[in-house]
Structure formats: structure tokens, C-alpha cells
Write a protein that binds this ligand. Structure first.
Ligand SMILES: Cc1ncc(COP(=O)(O)O)c(C=O)c1O
Length: 376
């Protein structure tokens, strides 16, 4: 059976929204000046950068001056984590994070750990959630930062960030959340979440790769990682890309409308029900049944290896939750932290839906997957 290509890897990256591409097209000819130049050529670029800053701020419900443009989610996370640590003696740094973070959080924490910092790697329950009480118990007098992701990229589980942030705030500890996966899928208003810093990644949001932002609440001291001229209020040196920032701004305007997510969630729910009907116990969901991103379904087919199932469907672009290293199947750290048994984790596939996902392609996929899983 042949089918057209199916893209269900929107958590890995999204295509450019045509409305974002249109904004970029206009910028290409008109905004070549340096945004810092005071002459006529700098004006369109400067106007575009500041408009984009307001657009990002509007989505997050913060002040424009609290938005720093970056090259993406990894840089924003590095800036938040290493930046906060910078003001302290490395041996006095204590960071609380979880065992299910993206490497863009885990690696900066490990880097600081090698330099003498103490990191508390909090466990998660079988749905992938951190217990707020564990955060409270881990706080020490010298705790420098709590960084817990808003929603997980692999299983979509949403963390109780409001509760965690309340605890951090009560102890006077700054709170960062990696919202690379949640922006545009669920509400990410910073005052509702109660966070002091929040990471955005453009390419998860129908903007191009190579652009992101970090919200930094007024009053939080964050020295720059990249030193140079005084761009971004002295917090990140480098001539601003009016092109990329304008694209992110437009993507944030489009992301304000979360109603499209209702349809995406309905498509995912129907796909899940079709698979359950056809496969019964031969399909299992990883992640939280309800507290989950509306577009993300991480499903395991016990007795099958995720990569083999995907190999049988070359037309499908989706991700597996396990990798084969030197002939050994290695489960993702996220599924391991959730205590998913190896025989289930090995069969995990992440289906992440997006704006262009069609019901018909999911219907086809449900039938094809059932055939593969039930084949003798
Ligand atoms: C949760 C999370 N954080 C951070 C990142 C890194 O973002 P970027 O690719 O923009 O550096 C990703 C990307 O996969 C992600 O899923």
C-alpha cells in the first residue's frame, strides 16, 4: 500500500507558516540596514525588531523589554541557566531540575556540575510529572535556580509549573521554564505560570530555525553569554536579525489563537481511539492521559521495536523513543525516568500533529499501523 508522505514530527520542527514566510519576504528587500544605525536605512530594521519584541511580549503577557531575542531554545536555556549561575561562586551554585529535561537544559546543568555546582535531578512519576513537594524538599538556603520544563518534547506531559513556581517564589528562588514545546500549543502567559524566565524556540512554532527568545522578568540579573556591543539592552551582543526576529514575532501573533489546537486534539484523540479499537492491549500510551500537549501522542506497541515499525512505513515522518547503540536498544532517558518497562519503551513512537495534519492521513495510518502490529 502506497501513500503520500505524512509528517507527524511537529515537535521536532514545524514547517514555516506561509504567513510568516510572507513577512520574511517583505523584510528581505526593505530591512537590510543595521537596526542600531540611526540613519534612514536602519529605521525599517529597528522598527521590525521592536514590533517583533512587542508581538512576543503580547503572547507571553510580559513587557517588551523583558524579551531577549536569541538563536533558539538551546541558547535561551543556556543563557538562563549559566547566566544565573554566573553571579555566584561555582561551588555555591545549587540548581533544581528534573530527570526529563531536554539536553538543552540537562547539558548546561552538567557543565555547571563539572565546575562544582550541585544539581538536584528530581524524579518524575509514571506519567512524567514532577511532584511540587519534591521541589519544596530540594530547596536549600543557597538554591540558585529552579528550572523545570513546561511540557515534555517526547511524551507531551505538562508539568504543574504554577505550583512549582509558587514554591520557588516563596523561597525567593528564581524560576525558569523551558517552554519550547508549549508555546503556541497551550497558554504560556508568564504571570499565570508565575515564572521569572521562559524559553521560546521559533522552529517549534512555525517560524524558522535559528531564532528564539528568552523572557527575563524585570529585576532578574542576567549577565550576557555573548559579549560584545550593547545589543538587546546589553544582554546579548550581536547585530539583531530583523528578518528572523520579525518571523518569530509574526509566529507569536499566529500562536495567540489557540483554538486550532482543539481540532488538532480531536484528530489525535480519534487516531488514538481507532488504534485502541483495532489493537486493544497491543497499544499503550506513554505520558499523562490528560495533562498532555494537545498535539502529542507517544504510543508503544509492546513486542515491537519503534524503529522497525517506522522502517516499515517510509512515507511516515515520526520519532522513536529508543535508539539502537552498538546493537543494544537504549530507551530514551525520559521514558526511563518514567519507569516505562524496556519491552514497552522499545516500541515507543512519538506522533506529533500540527496545523497541516489531515484526518484522512491519520485514518490511513491507523489502518497501516494496525496491519503491521497484528502481522504474524
Ligand atoms: C523542550 C525543548 N527544549 C529545547 C529545545 C532546543 O531548541 P532549539 O532547537 O531551538 O535550540 C528543543 C528542541 O528540540 C525542545 O524540544
Amino acid at each position: 500500500m502506497k501513500n503520500a508522505p505524512i509528517y507527524l514530527d511537529f515537535n521536532a520542527s514545524t514547517p514555516l507558516d506561509p504567513r510568516v514566510a510572507e513577512v520574511m519576504q517583505d523584510m528581505l528587500s526593505d530591512a537590510y540596514g543595521n537596526p542600531s544605525s540611526t540613519h534612514w536605512a536602519g529605521e525599517p530594521a529597528r522598527v521590525a525588531v521592536e514590533r517583533a519584541r512587542r508581538q512576543v511580549a503580547d503572547l507571553l503577557g510580559c513587557k517588551p523589554q523583558e524579551v531577549i531575542f536569541t538563536s533558539g531554545g538551546s541558547e535561551s536555556n543556556n543563557m538562563a541557566i549559566k547566566g544565573i549561575a554566573e553571579g555566584h561562586d561555582p561551588e555555591q551554585v545549587h540548581i533544581i531540575t528534573s530527570q526529563v529535561e531536554h539536553p538543552a537544559v540537562t547539558e548546561p546543568c552538567l557543565y555547571l556540575e563539572r565546575r562544582g555546582a550541585t544539581i538536584s535531578w528530581l524524579p518524575v512519576d509514571r506519567f512524567g510529572q514532577v511532584k511540587p513537594a519534591d521541589v519544596e524538599a530540594a530547596i536549600r538556603p543557597q538554591t540558585t535556580l529552579v528550572t523545570i520544563m513546561h511540557a515534555n518534547n517526547e511524551v507531551g506531559t505538562i508539568q504543574p509549573i504554577e505550583d512549582i513556581a509558587r514554591i520557588a517564589s516563596a523561597h525567593g528562588v528564581p524560576m525558569h521554564t523551558d517552554a519550547a514545546q508549549s508555546v503556541g500549543k497551550i497558554s504560556t502567559r508568564v504571570d499565570e505560570l508565575g515564572v521569572d524566565m521562559l524559553t521560546i524556540a521559533g522552529h517549534k512554532l512555525y517560524a524558522p530555525k535559528g531564532v528564539g527568545a528568552l523572557f527575563v522578568r524585570e529585576g532578574i540579573e542576567l549577565p550576557p553569554l555573548v559579549h560584545g556591543a550593547g545589543h538587546e539592552s546589553g544582554r546579548r551582543a550581536g547585530t539583531e536579525s530583523a528578518l528572523l526576529n520579525a518571523a518569530l514575532g509574526k509566529a507569536c501573533v499566529l500562536a495567540r489563537e489557540l483554538s486550532g489546537m482543539i481540532e488538532i486534539k480531536a484528530l489525535g484523540d480519534r487516531f488514538w481511539q481507532q488504534l485502541q479499537k483495532a489493537l486493544g492491549e497491543r497499544v499503550v500510551m506513554n505520558g499523562h492521559p490528560n495533562e498532555r500537549l494537545p498535539n502529542t501522542l507517544n504510543l508503544s506497541f509492546p513486542g515491537h521495536v519503534g524503529a522497525d515499525v517506522l522502517a516499515a512505513m517510509p512515507e511516515l515522518a515520526a520519532s522513536t523513543g529508543s535508539a539502537c547503540h552498538a546493537g543494544m536498544l537504549e530507551m530514551s532517558p525520559v521514558l526511563s525516568a518514567m519507569g516505562v518497562p524496556a519491552e514497552i519503551g522499545a516500541g515507543a513512537i512519538r506522533f506529533s500533529l500540527g496545523r497541516s495534519t489531515q484526518g484522512q492521513e491519520l485514518d490511513w495510518l491507523a489502518r497501516r499501523l494496525s496491519q503491521i502490529v497484528l502481522a504474524p
